[in-house]
Design a protein around this ligand. Structure first.
Ligand code: NOJ
Length: 642
């Protein structure tokens, strides 16, 4: 194919089309030889039946037949590098034009070696470390044959009921923008044609983090001003950093589902923001236009998505099934199909897939790149930087040397609690649990007791825990939520600790030994009802493959905690949504509405009765093992108003 291309370029140089880039000339030539159906095929992404499941089950497709017919532009969720290679071989050798397939996967917080969940790493506020984690993830993914990750998630959210806060960078648009850009730079590197660079995907466009009542996929209705001010900046920053792809969100946005929303995709994204890459729908989001109530059937869904300039459809195949009819009926012009297909082929060109469809993957490269020492070391470092010390009465932490530790709770020994959601390739055998991390750092000093399950008591659990605490110098409880209780389709109505964990904590506290809580969670939790039972509280999140070691690094004092919250921790569920940068209102609160119901005299302020407006721990909060003193403040000249 390359030879034909060189002859074509020379031809063009002499015939006056020299101003086109090499890529454009190549793609124009290729498209000149493609049928409408083949173009629609490039605009279609499928998932193999044996693939990783990241969405609801759908109609099975004969993937091999589609590939041979040249009707598959991209595949997501293939499980192994060997399968990727053989599907690519089929496309290149057996389809008419041999156009390589783009393989995508959710490499969200690492690939094989997992880093802390994204909300956690945002608490490091360390752009270099975050960029590096994306770079290391890209190197592993590329070695597996994956050329495209569906990350970074740029959805700002102030609602911890929404499970997907775990995948984002918290509630602040400015910080979110910095992190989004750093991740794009990490994944895509300096040049997309570098074989360790993979495509980033800005998602979920747009405002997916503001669903009504924190319920996943729910309606978003907000003013354009609010959207531009608080939700748009991270998407925009990622696009400005050069992200090559964007994914639509599931929600409707001001009454029109994102995947059919011309204002969002065509006007804002492509025209105003000048996005030159391509847009992919989220999983089945095109056929979901029917349930949204804006399309009567699959054909109308395809029409509305194409009309909105949604370039690639994920999974459902309606472009392929109905695109030709829509063009022949004059509803969609072939020119606009060309425009969308061209975007996809240009990205494939930039990646170098036409030069070498097998530039990603390969057994030798796999063996060298997967599970590198550098990735494990970085995972441990970033995990340490992500953890947030929220309370430390009487300097209970770091532990004194020689102290005997009762390690208690449902998450002390489970790898899954270290990992969190999005773990397609994780290797549980390599995941360091807190028990393992403690045993390595505090040999012969740790006794481990489960105490209770996540949501239910276990027989004798509390008495075992109390006994262990009595026999130790300090009780360390690992409490919180499972890794899979956050992420997609994991909204909750309460972010309080489950009752059995509260009971365990209260019983251990009564023993009278210092109580340390290590909180594993993918979302902010409401802890006011238990905070008095806790002497030291270290938020460890889901810290990744090296989690247990990183926790031990901090608990031992080998390193000092340095993370700061990027989402408020509410006092109780009723304060949600809660953010530090809320607006003042015309009646700002100076205190709480009522101290008790015995004395009813209302303040007529914007506040709650009995509960303060402030969170228990605000955005930016985080302690360390030392104290800081600030003095001799000076106002920089630039801010010094006359
Ligand atoms: C649905 C999720 O919303 C999205 O984030 C993910 O990338 C796709 N599924 C593909 O797995």
């Amino acid at each position: 194919m390359r030879k034909v291309f060189v002859i074509f370029v020379l031809g063009c140089l002499f015939s006056g089309c020299a101003r086109k880039t090499e890529a454009e000339i190549f793609v124009d030539d290729l498209m000149g030889r493609m049928t409408l159906r083949e173009k629609l095929g490039q605009m279609s992404q499928f998932v193999p039946q044996t693939g990783v499941v990241t969405g609801p089950e759908g109609e099975p497709v004969d993937l091999d037949a589609l590939i041979k017919a040249g009707e598959v532009g991209s595949i997501l969720n293939v499980k192994t590098p060997q399968e990727i290679e053989s599907l690519q071989r089929l496309a290149v050798d057996s389809s008419r034009l041999g156009i390589p397939i783009l393989f995508g996967h959710d490499v969200i917080h690492g690939c094989n070696v997992l880093f802390p969940i994204n909300l956690a790493s945002s608490c490091s506020w360390d752009m270099d470390a975050i960029r590096k984690s994306a770079e290391l993830a890209a190197a592993e993914a590329a070695a597996m044959g994956i050329a495209w990750t569906f990350s970074p998630m740029c959805d700002v959210s102030a609602d911890p009921r929404w499970g997907r806060v775990s995948e984002g960078a918290g509630e602040d648009p400015y910080l979110g923008a910095k992190i989004a850009a750093a991740m794009v730079e990490g994944y895509q590197g300096k040049d997309l044609s570098d074989s360790s660079s993979i495509l980033a995907c800005v998602k979920h466009f747009a405002a997916y983090g503001a669903p009504e009542a924190g319920r996943d996929y729910n309606t978003v209705d907000m003013s354009e001003r609010m959207f531009r001010d608080r939700y748009l900046p991270p998407y925009k920053a990622a696009i400005e950093a050069g992200a090559a792809t964007v994914m639509t969100s599931f929600n409707d946005f001001n009454a029109i589902p994102a995947s059919a929303n011309e204002w969002l995709l065509k006007k804002l994204l492509k025209e105003e923001l000048g996005f030159e890459g391509f847009v992919v729908s989220d999983y089945k989001a095109v056929t979901e236009l029917i349930a949204h109530g804006v399309a009567a059937d699959a054909k109308e869904a395809a029409f509305k998505a194409l009309r909105a300039h949604l370039d690639m459809e994920m999974v459902t195949g309606t472009y392929l099934n109905h695109g030709e009819d829509l063009v022949s009926e004059g509803l969609i012009s072939e020119a606009s199909i060309d425009e969308m297909c061209r975007r996809i082929l240009l990205v494939k060109y930039e990646l170098g897939l036409f030069d070498d469809p097998f530039r990603y993957g390969g057994a030798q490269r796999y063996a060298m790149a997967i599970n590198s020492q550098a990735a494990f070391e970085h995972s441990r470092k970033l995990a340490r930087e992500s953890m947030v010390l929220l309370k430390n009465e009487n300097d209970v932490l770091p532990l004194d040397s020689g102290e005997k530790i009762a390690l208690i709770g449902p998450f002390a020994s489970t790898p899954r609690a270290m990992i969190g959601s999005w773990t397609a390739f994780r290797d549980y055998d390599r995941t360091v649990t807190i028990e393992e991390g403690f045993n390595a750092r505090f040999p012969s000093r740790v006794s481990v007791v489960q105490g209770c399950d996540v949501f239910t008591p276990v027989d004798g659990g509390i008495s075992d825990a109390v006994r262990a605490a009595r026999n130790a110098d300090v009780a360390v409880l690992v409490l919180g939520f499972h890794g899979h209780l956050s992420g997609e389709a994991a909204s909750v109505t309460s972010v309080e600790l489950p009752q059995c964990q509260k009971d365990l904590l209260a019983a251990v506290k009564k023993v009278g030994k210092p109580v340390v809580v290590l909180l594993t969670t993918g979302r902010p939790m409401a802890l006011e009802s238990v905070i008095d039972d806790i002497d030291a509280l270290l938020l460890v999140w889901h810290p990744g493959t090296e989690g247990g070691n990183a926790v031990a690094d901090l608990v031992s004092g080998d390193h000092s905690p340095s993370g700061h919250l990027t989402m408020c921790f509410p006092r109780c569920d009723g304060q949600i949504p809660i953010r530090y940068n809320h607006k003042n209102t015309g009646r700002p609160a100076t205190g709480i509405g009522l101290k008790s119901f015995d004395n009813i005299s209302k303040s007529f302020q914007s506040c709650y009765l009995l509960t303060p407006n402030s969170p228990l721990y605000s955005f930016g909060y985080g302690l360390s093992y030392t104290t800081f003193e600030y003095n001799n403040f000076e106002m920089p000249k630039a801010l010094d108003k006359d």
